[in-house]
Design a protein around this ligand. Structure first.
Ligand code: NAP
Length: 485
């Protein structure tokens, strides 16, 4: 079930919210300790969905500061009025009295971390007579979610278990796979616990209602990762082709430990982003030739029932394949000027060499251009020297022109005018100043948007073996970029 936590306002505003959100949610939690005023009889009689009544004290992360007897009296009132559920903290259970028809959620919260004896704490909740046992613990690392999944796998009664905090978001989504009784959601800025998603995010972004025991798990590994657009793109693509899978963000500090630990829950594939692309090469069983040369990957696929992991670099192949498509012929023998020698520049450079292009690398910091060129067996120069060289294809792999510095260009307009085709890796905005310059001069061009979608399409197809819904993925990225500007 999806639960909306009501954390402010009055009887009337709570009912208004419940009516508005009823299409997305199954149940609501009235947080009496956070609400201004609430007539329980009125809400319970008029609520469009079942209600959990909670009156959380400070010691368990709530806001109630008054007399303990007064706090419990409100919960007793809820029971007398026939509330479907009352949430009672484990240490207050004995003070509550008869439960009548109300089902008791007996809860344990830990805002410090995951205690080593979590399973025995859980068993105490069950033995105390919980109709639903609830455990909420703070994630200090993304691997903490695994303790919660383990607990859910061992559940003895209906159980709510999740990790709080940014690193715990994964458990609020994937808990459903392990039979979690419900997931708590809240309106943006009105969270009752850190890490809660909104009802829209849980339903529309993470497809929570479709998640089941057999749902395959995918995700993006990075740090930071909260603003990645990949969950929106891949989840929309899974949904469009009715593929039973979900894609979540993993904020990872220690990559090897993360990959090994998460083998326990049978993840089928990852996107890998900054800062883990290089380290990831050492954490998979097999990489293709291109990955070995680049020394970085952005895609991991698990095969043979998760026994073996394979690494790919779709940043590189998406750039070269989109250039070749726009060119209408192979890159072999073409003179290419690549501007930029950072992560993207490196991936694109190896892809271009792999395709047989004649490459010159230009960079603001010339030493980096020289170093990369040496590895490639190509020529490297300072960016200032670009005017002295000929080329057919101009590739920008710097961040120049990226939002918010949208008026910048990595080279002068006159240099752009010499190219037959211009490629810009920057995807936000889709039409950079460089692309607009190429357009104005009637030069063919490929945008970073095209590369971004294509790398995601290639990942999707490597994971699922199915044709990706390209239009859907393009649409989601366009929408996300609009909302970021
Ligand atoms: P990075 O590793 O930080 O490298 C940045 C590059 O830009 C370096 O070569 C740097 O030169 C150069 N640069 C930065 N500011 C400059 C300036 N004012 N003038 C000249 N050169 C400048 O970044 P990255 O990961 O390679 O990403 C580069 C761009 O590619 C970003 O905009 C990123 O969003 C984009 N990208 C797109 C895709 C896609 O799918 N479309 C995928 C990956 C990356 P120095 O060495 O002199 O600092």
């Amino acid at each position: 079930m999806i639960c909306l936590c009501i954390t402010e306002g009055t009887t009337e505003s709570a009912l208004e919210l419940l009516r508005r959100y009823r299409p997305l949610i199954d149940i609501a939690e009235l947080r009496l300790d956070l609400m201004e005023r609430c007539r329980l009889d009125v809400v319970l009689r008029n609520s469009p969905c079942p209600v959990i009544v909670t009156n959380r004290p400070r010691r368990e992360g709530g806001a109630f500061e008054g007399d303990e007897r007064e706090r419990i009296a409100r919960l007793r009132e809820a029971i007398e009025l026939g509330a479907p559920y009352v949430d009672i903290e484990y240490d207050s259970l004995s003070r509550l009295g008869a439960r009548r028809r109300t089902r008791l959620i007996v809860s344990y919260h830990n805002f410090e971390g995951v205690p080593p004896d979590l399973l025995s704490i859980y068993r105490e909740l069950v033995e105390a007579g919980a109709d639903v046992a609830k455990v909420a613990v703070m994630a200090r690392d993304v691997t903490d979610n695994l303790s919660v999944f383990e607990l859910l796998r061992a559940k003895q009664v209906p159980t709510i278990a999740h990790c709080m905090g940014e690193d715990g978001v994964v458990s609020r989504v994937l808990g459903k796979k392990f039979g979690c009784f419900l997931t708590y959601t809240a309106l943006r800025g009105k969270e009752s616990a850190p890490g809660q998603l909104t009802p829209e995010e849980i339903v529309e972004l993470y497809r929570w209602k479709d998640i089941g025991e057999k749902t395959e798990t995918y995700g993006v590994i990075g740090n930071p990762v909260a603003h990645s657009m990949s969950p929106a793109i891949h989840n929309a693509a899974f949904s469009a082709i009715r593929y039973d899978a979900v894609y979540v963000p993993f904020r990872v500090v220690s990559l090897r430990n993360f990959i090994e630990s998460y083998r326990k829950i049978d993840v089928r594939g990852y996107s890998v982003t900054i800062p883990h692309k290089e380290e990831a090469v050492k954490c998979v069983d097999k990489v293709d030739e291109l990955v070995r040369k680049i020394g970085a990957l952005n895609t991991i696929v698990f095969r043979d029932g998760g026994a073996r992991s394979y690494g790919y670099n779709t940043d590189s192949s998406s750039a070269t394949s989109s250039i070749e498509e726009a060119l209408g012929e192979p890159l072999e023998g073409k003179e290419v000027a690549l501007v930029g020698a950072g992560g993207a520049g490196r991936a694109i450079a190896f892809g271009l060499i792999w395709k047989g292009a004649k490459l010159r690398v230009f960079n603001r910091t010339p030493e980096k251009a020289h170093r990369l060129a040496e590895e490639l067996g190509a020529e490297g120069y300072s960016l200032r020297e670009i005017g002295n060289h000929s080329f057919e294809i101009l590739v920008n792999a710097t961040s120049v022109g990226m939002y918010p510095n949208v008026d910048e260009m990595p080279v002068e307009g006159e240099i752009v005018g010499r190219a037959k085709l211009v490629f810009d890796a920057v995807y936000n905005p889709e039409e950079t100043r460089l692309i607009l310059e190429a357009k104005r001069r009637g030069i063919r061009y490929v945008t970073g948007f095209e590369m971004f979608v294509r790398q995601a399409v290639q990942q999707f197809e490597l994971w699922t073996g199915q044709k990706a819904p390209v239009d859907v993925m393009q649409g989601v990225l366009a929408e996300k970029l609009c909302s970021k500007q």
